[in-house]
Write a new protein. Sequence first.
Length: 76
Amino acid sequence: MDPGRAGTLLSYEVELVDPTAPRHTADWRAATDPIGNVDLEWVRDYWRGVMRPSPVEGLQCREYLAKTDMRIVRRL
């Protein structure tokens, strides 16, 4: 990681403004780091919500997409 970017990588607890809005949970690594053969299986895994094994115990590489605004609850 670029040391200059370390200060911009902030984590927040958020909540959906509309909790009934459509949403998707995915492992962001599936969209940014294709593995295996060069094909579209990694894209399918992303949209299936396949979670890759964690490289560090307790680390979750999840991202949430929602068709609503999100409200920041607190900085982690």
